[in-house]
Design a protein around this ligand. Structure first.
Ligand SMILES: [Zn+2]
Ligand SMILES: [Zn+2]
Length: 332
């Protein structure tokens, strides 16, 4: 009998599904790509044809220009070559999907990036039992345990209210994290206008066009210091320490990322208020998911593979690392 998943090949530039003649999240242009979500390390421009959710295709058009894309809704299935393909929610960012592949009585699930905790901007991760689970492992070390999101948002609000002569500048990845911080603030009862950096404007609009309500937003460009006092300002992480931030009224610099668990990373970016808010599964979510899916094999794509591989082995699950290149989740 053939090895499990022998129809799936791992190459440095991505996962190749041979009987579908299609690549998953390839880092190089390919004739046919299945794309899990819109982050730039997973969704590159220049493919011949792209199969993705409508939300992901819209994000790719904003970031990489026109796509010859075909949208596939969650849970709709499509035959690609000799493979049945279905997208199910991954809970990572708007439009993010796990890709479920079925061929010759084997089911393989490619997680893409995912998380298990609720996110007001996208549907929750749906567990799909499978023979092979191909997972990310960005935070695949037991030291990574993300705290409750609500309590991190409360720390932000507490700081905002205790320093009324300043503003709180939150560094947040432009796609996903920025809109999630806004909706989490709204969910905690913060309905004041939120100022934003120009680099996130189009993505804010795109989220709203897909029905994610962000409340009253104002561009920081053109606003006076006096207007921004006592408000939250959201900007991409790269803007935290650059000239742009000088226009703000004595900002408390915050950053929303799973990496804020590591003090040194917060210090490197001169972050005064580190917020541990991640769009990736932490160690408990990774291991809980594998327990729940009970796959025969786990293939680990990117992140800290060793500890997760070891955990699988001690739980009698065969595990291996795929050496893909080009995935970076530095700001998530
Ligand atoms: Zn991502
Ligand atoms: Zn990733």
């Amino acid at each position: 009998m053939a090895r499990l998943g022998s129809w799936i090949e791992s190459h440095p530039e991505g996962i190749y599904v041979r009987p579908a003649d299609a690549w998953i999240d390839p880092s190089q242009p390919k004739p046919r790509a299945l794309v899990t979500h819109g982050h730039s390390d997973h969704a590159r421009g220049g493919h011949g044809a792209v199969l993705a959710t409508a939300e992901t295709l819209a994000i790719m058009e904003v970031r990489c220009g026109p796509q010859s894309g075909q949208p596939l809704a969650y849970d709709e299935s499509m035959r690609v070559g000799e493979v049945d393909v279905r997208f199910v929610p991954a809970g990572h960012v708007l439009g993010s999907a796990q890709i479920v592949l079925e061929h010759k009585n084997e089911r393989v699930v490619v997680s893409g990036d995912y998380k298990r905790r609720p996110d007001p901007t996208c549907p929750c991760f749906v567990p799909v039992p499978c023979d092979i689970f191909i997972t990310e492992a960005t935070f695949g070390l037991p030291v990574f345990r993300h705290p409750d999101t609500g309590s991190e948002i409360d720390r932000l609000l507490h700081r905002l209210h205790s320093d009324p002569s300043r503003c709180v500048l939150v560094g947040a990845y432009a796609l996903g994290k920025a809109q999630r911080i806004i909706t989490e603030l709204r969910a905690r009862g913060h309905h004041d206008p939120i100022y934003f950096h120009g680099a996130i404007e189009r993505l804010n609009q795109l989220y709203e066009s897909f029905g994610v309500e962000l409340g009253e937003l104002r561009p920081a460009t053109g606003a006076t210091k006096a207007e921004m006092v006592g408000h939250v300002v959201i900007a991409p992480p790269g803007a935290l320490n650059d000239r742009w931030s000088r226009r703000l009224p004595d900002p408390v610099t915050a950053m929303a990322s799973g990496w804020m668990r590591i003090r040194q990373r917060a210090r490197q970016r001169n972050v005064e208020l580190p917020l541990i808010i991640s769009d990736h599964a932490d160690w408990d979510e990774l291991t809980m998911t594998i327990r729940e899916l009970e796959p025969t094999e786990v293939w680990i794509t990117h992140g800290r593979e060793e500890a997760l591989k070891h955990w699988c082995m001690t739980h009698q699950i065969k595990a291996c690392e795929l050496n893909l290149v080009g995935y970076e989740d530095e700001d998530d």
